[in-house]
Design a protein around this ligand. Structure first.
Ligand code: ATP
Ligand code: MG
Length: 587
């Protein structure tokens, strides 16, 4: 049976004459009106008010197959049974049938419709604690259904109690929950891995068992006094992983080898010219998972950004790009995006990252063991767009664990710094932050350094002012510049532009920065942590930015005027020059 056939069989089974469920509409991947969660992560999420007692317009028996995304499972990708995006088959009883029907029907569906061999199924039940007794009722039902006691396992609340907040202790007042009856499938072909413990059992993480479904008997609400009160009605909330059921039906211990994933992996093999085996398996699983999830997000209208859902999407795409680059040796956005075929947004996002990815990885490779810290993770983020989680992974592979709190602190310090910068405390005097002013701002650094190389080290910046049309730069120098000197300066600047030097920002302590020879303007007003912009090996200055990311973007620069502004002080004006185009505006 294919994955699509399993979905259809489930919907047919629960909407048939005997069971009479109504198929409810799917919730969007981003739940509306719910600021507490970024994504729909289970089928029941849209049903909370009805499980609490409100009548549902479509009745008391509901069913659907809900696309879900779980950001919390990103870390799990790589094992044999988790994907970030998956489909959850769901059926619900809102105060209608309860344990007996639910367990009978799920058993019938698994063993008679899907024909999963009975002897490979195990059941896990709640063993009881001081809040709620052991689930004897389900135990009796399962035994009646023919399950031997040896395949019925009892676990504490951590495993067989469900609420969105976890165990009864962790539930806030108003939260609903109940005991669960989980079904596991056992792969005979998988040998227990002792790395995960002495002996194997359904909740062992080794991959021999997978949880294929969970029937939650939602019947309690947490009270302010800490007690659990029975809800007005007893509900059933069933969730079954569609892809996991395909694993069981196809007897496939690797979720990435079920029918719907197989061709994805094949495409990745072809695109990277690598085989799905050995150490290349993991990155291929990441690419397959992340791109499939990215496609689902893009199709539901999410766009890559630096916030919330958009940031998760960006992380998924960038992480697949890195894995692809590591496997294939290079990144070709078209090829990567073709793996899942989706809207142009995906190619565009990969392209955006492509320009900095190589440089970022090179920069990362250059880091010495003692430099694998939060400051450099931040620099990778700031300059090359490596999300924290990606640096964390790269650093971890080199044996360094990053601290998110410290990283956030560097980020905060940096934000303060940028605010100070845009408040005008640093040089730059930017009137707006358009592309042209960014280019001119970077050109100012090139000019500053060129003046020092051509005229001498006595040149000191006295001030600068930039508009979208031109830059103005004041500096110390005793006499008027000759036309030859101006020509030489201009040529030196344009040579750096031709070289397309990378403009790189790092955060350093002020002392470190000054010691390394970075040029500064008003030394005394800089805070303890400063940002330093370096342009290739040509220039290095303390500065708040913003700048272009490489000098090629500037196009070209022309000095338009030179004048005196007092004893030993000169002023230069320069404009951007694109090819043969005449400067738009002369000062
Ligand atoms: P697991 O312990 O395997 O992570 P879970 O306890 O998080 O599962 P539930 O929240 O009970 O799972 O979700 C209901 C069902 O959805 C599970 O029984 C499983 O079949 C499926 N499922 C959950 N998470 C995933 C995932 N990341 N990928 C694929 N299927 C999943
Ligand atoms: Mg889980």
């Amino acid at each position: 049976m294919t994955t699509n056939e399993i979905r259809q069989a489930y919907l047919d089974f629960f909407t048939d004459k005997t069971r009479q469920h109504k198929k409810i509409p799917l919730a969007p991947l981003v739940p509306p009106d719910d600021p507490t969660t970024l994504f729909t992560g289970s089928g029941m999420q849209q049903l909370v008010p009805y499980l609490k007692g409100e009548p549902h317009p479509m009745g008391k028996r509901l069913v659907n197959s809900q696309p879900c995304f779980r950001a919390e499972d990103i870390e799990e990708i790589g094992d044999n049974r988790h994907t970030t995006f998956f489909e959850m088959l769901g059926n619900w009883s809102l105060g209608d049938y309860f344990k007996a029907d639910q367990l009978n029907w799920s058993w019938e569906f698994f063993t008679q419709v899907l024909n999963i061999p009975q002897e490979k199924l195990h059941v896990a039940l709640f063993k009881g604690d001081k809040h709620v007794p052991k689930d004897e009722e389900s135990f009796t039902i399962w035994k009646k259904l023919g399950l031997p006691e040896s395949r019925i396992h009892f676990y504490p609340a951590k495993y067989n109690w469900w609420s969105r907040a976890g165990t009864p202790e962790n539930m806030p007042p108003g939260e609903i929950g109940g005991t669960t009856s989980e079904i596991f499938f056992e792969f005979e072909s998988v040998k227990h891995n002792p790395k995960f413990g002495k002996s194997c059992h359904p909740n062992c993480e080794c991959g021999k068992f997978i949880e294929i479904s969970n029937s939650v008997f939602m019947e309690y609400e947490k009270q302010k006094d800490g007690s659990l009160k029975p809800l007005p009605k007893q509900n059933v909330d069933f969730g079954g992983g569609l892809e996991r059921l395909a694993q069981a039906v196809q007897n496939q211990p690797d979720i990435f080898q079920i029918d719907i994933f197989k061709f994805l992996i094949k495409t990745i093999e072809t695109a990277t010219n690598k085989k799905y085996q050995g150490q290349d398996k993991l990155p291929m699983r990441v690419i397959a998972d992340h791109l499939r999830a990215a496609k689902a997000m893009i199709d539901s209208g999410i766009e890559p950004s630096n916030k919330q859902q958009g940031y998760i999407l960006r992380r998924l795409i960038r992480r697949s790009a890195i894995k692809f680059r590591q496997l294939a040796g290079k990144l070709d956005p078209q090829t990567l995006a073709k793996v899942v075929k989706t809207k142009p947004v995906l190619v565009e996002e990969i392209k955006k990252f492509q320009s900095t990815l190589d440089r970022g990885l090179k920069e990362f490779e250059k880091l010495e063991p003692n430099q694998l810290n939060e400051l450099n993770a931040f620099n990778l983020f700031q300059t090359y767009g490596f999300p924290f989680e990606i640096s964390e992974e790269l650093f971890r592979e080199k044996g360094q664990i990053l601290d998110k709190k410290k990283f956030d602190q560097v980020f905060e310090d940096h934000k303060k710094l940028s605010r100070t910068a845009s408040a005008g405390m640093f040089k730059g005097g930017l009137e707006d932050q358009s592309e042209a002013t960014k280019k001119l701002h970077t050109a100012t650094h090139l000019l500053h350094q060129s003046l020092r190389q051509i005229l001498g080290d006595h040149v000191r910046q006295q001030g600068s002012h930039i508009t979208a049309d031109r830059l103005r730069f004041d500096f110390t120098h005793p006499q008027a510049l000759t036309p030859e000197q101006i020509k030489k300066i201009e040529t030196l600047i344009n040579k750096q532009i031709k070289k397309d030097l990378p403009v790189k920002k790092t955060i350093q302590t002020k002392n470190q920065a000054l010691k390394s020879g970075a040029l500064a303007f008003f030394k005394e007003t800089y805070p303890d942590k400063v940002s330093v912009y370096s342009i290739g090996d040509f220039s290095k200055e303390l500065c708040g930015g913003p700048h272009v990311s490489s000098t090629g973007e500037i196009g070209g620069v022309k000095i338009t005027k030179e004048e005196s502004i007092g004893a030993d002080k000169r002023r230069l004006y320069a404009v951007l020059k694109n090819g043969d185009q005449k400067p738009a505006h002369q000062t």
